[in-house]
Design a protein around this ligand. Structure first.
Ligand SMILES: Cc1cc2nc3c(=O)[nH]c(=O)nc-3n(C[C@H](O)[C@H](O)[C@H](O)COP(=O)(O)OP(=O)(O)OC[C@H]3O[C@@H](n4cnc5c(N)ncnc54)[C@H](O)[C@@H]3O)c2cc1C
Ligand code: SF4
Length: 449
């Protein structure tokens, strides 16, 4: 039987000997292609070289100066398609396009170095000399934290406004705890707090023009990073059916410490998770750990088209999850106000759509019902319907995503910048970190020129 204790632990990271042995495999390429593969300029070529020469403080300094969420990224980045994909140690060639060896485990080395610094009390970041201007950051996810830390290093006063009780965004209320635990996240947040960043939690900035009013309230610039927290549903409005969850509510309940309640709801039951991305993978992994009798992943395209990372898909299969591919959910089946099944229609793949993937087409007359006690919808998150009202002069597109200059994060309103998922749509932690850095540089230029 699962307990919170065996739900919680993260996989153990490298120890010193493992990290050094792995760094010793590095070919010390002159042009460090791995560094070019990192969206946040964390510069693995440089920090691995420093570790290789036993300069641990220098290695940690490289990471933390470039990426305030170095530990979280070390754990969560899909490295196989970022830095590690570019690693020369793979020895890719014409005869062997898949590569003849494995890449250096960059993410694991990165996580080790940051954790080692925490344990050894190595401090590598300093507050900048104080400047008179204050900046407001809306949202404490990776984009907000990164922007806040960069500005604090430059000496600006930074206040982060967060709607939820604790900071961290998806890292706190989304990603499952066995991938990024509360303690791990809190330790990384301490590095942000040590720079003097002030957090105002339980403080949503979501009234009419509230985000724009911050400029009139004494903040010289505003960085908008509220992410995407409105979960999409099969229906225009998710009906109130017992046993029907959004991925946002399901994962946040686990992170809110409602483990026993969630276990009671899931254990011994049949759970169907709709979706094919990383969020769906977190939901099926959590449901399996909560002792569901059967977990089904329902996805309307094929295995090869799933957006989830290959290792996540393999892990799910190893956990015994049933993959129901080429099946499109069309309706819920209920019994006395409770979910009792999911109505599906089989699909076949047609021509490629705008995403470049072959479009799933319903097979006429193939409807069937998958019996299920719980259904979790993990089919994407979007900006809340009312979010444009928080910043009515800021230009948004038809998906309510904020439009910015990609080189600066500037919005259509002077003094207001934005980044992270609210600009890109659902993306990655490391990309949100980079957006925060880019905007912080532009905010500094804006306030000092
Ligand atoms: C379940 C899940 C698993 C994921 N797994 C991975 C992974 O393994 N690897 C990876 O790279 N990426 C992963 N991602 C994507 C990644 O987490 C996001 O791209 C990233 O968190 C975006 O950062 P952000 O700062 O833009 O927004 P968020 O992390 O969403 O943070 C936004 C913050 O703003 C707050 N907020 C919202 N509205 C307001 C308001 N009006 N006023 C004040 N505060 C507000 C929210 O409460 C939240 O704390 C995952 C996403 C999800 C949902
Ligand atoms: S931040 Fe992520 S992508 Fe960048 S070097 Fe580190 S693990 Fe690789």
């Amino acid at each position: 039987m699962s307990t919170p204790a065996d739900f919680e632990p993260m996989e153990k990271g490298f120890d010193l000997a493992q990290a050094i042995a792995e760094a010793d495999r590095c070919l010390l390429c002159h042009d460090a292609p791995c560094s070019a593969g990192c969206p946040a300029e964390t510069d693995p070529g440089r920090f691995i070289r420093k570790l290789r020469f036993k300069n641990i403080t220098g290695a940690v300094r490289t990471i933390k100066h470039n990426n305030i969420l170095g530990a979280a990224c070390g754990v969560l980045c899909p490295t196989a398609r970022l830095c590690e994909e570019k690693c020369s140690a793979i020895f890719k060639s014409q005869e062997c396009p898949e590569g003849a060896d494995r890449p250096i485990a960059i993410g694991k080395i990165q996580r080790f170095l940051v954790e080692y610094a925490w344990h050894q009390g190595i401090q590598v970041l300093e507050k900048g000399a104080p400047r008179p201007q204050k900046v407001a950051v809306v949202g404490s996810g990776p984009a907000g934290l990164s922007c806040a830390a960069e500005l604090a290093k430059e000496g600006f006063g930074v206040t982060v406004f967060e709607a939820r009780p604790e900071p961290g965004g998806v890292l706190r209320y989304g990603v499952v705890s066995y991938r990024c635990s509360q303690d791990f996240l809190n330790r990384e947040l301490d590095d942000v707090r040590a720079l003097g960043v002030e957090f105002k939690c339980n403080h949503p900035v979501n009234g009419q023009r509230d985000a724009e009013k911050l400029l009139a309230e004494g903040y010289s610039a505003v960085f908008l990073a509220p992410g995407l927290w409105q979960a999409a549903s099969l229906k225009k409005q998710r009906p109130a059916i017992k046993g029907l969850w959004s991925s946002v509510d399901f994962l946040a309940a686990l992170r809110d410490g409602r483990f026993a309640e969630m276990r009671d709801a899931v254990a011994g039951r049949t759970v169907a998770v709709i979706g094919g991305g990383s969020v769906a993978m977190d939901c099926i992994g959590a449901a399996a750990r909560l002792d569901a009798a059967d977990v089904y992943l329902v996805y309307r395209r094929s295995y090869a088209q799933m957006p989830a990372e290959p290792d996540e898909r393999i892990e799910a299969q190893e956990a015994g999850v049933h993959f129901l591919l080429l099946n499109q959910p069309v309706d819920y089946v209920t019994d006395g106000g409770r979910i009792s099944g999911l109505k599906l229609v089989r699909t076949r793949l047609g021509e490629a759509d705008a995403s470049g993937r072959r479009r799933p087409e319903a097979v006429e007359g193939s409807e069937w019902v998958l019996p299920a006690d719980l259904v979790i919808e993990a089919i994407g998150n979007q900006a809340p319907d009312d979010s444009p009202a928080w910043y009515p002069r800021v230009k948004v597109n038809d998906r309510r995503l904020i439009e910015v200059d990609p080189d600066t994060g500037r919005t259509s309103v002077e003094g207001i910048f934005a980044g992270g998922d609210i600009v890109r749509g659902p993306a990655l932690v490391v990309q949100a970190v980079q957006d925060g850095k880019v905007a912080a540089r532009a905010i500094k230029d804006y306030l000092t020129q």
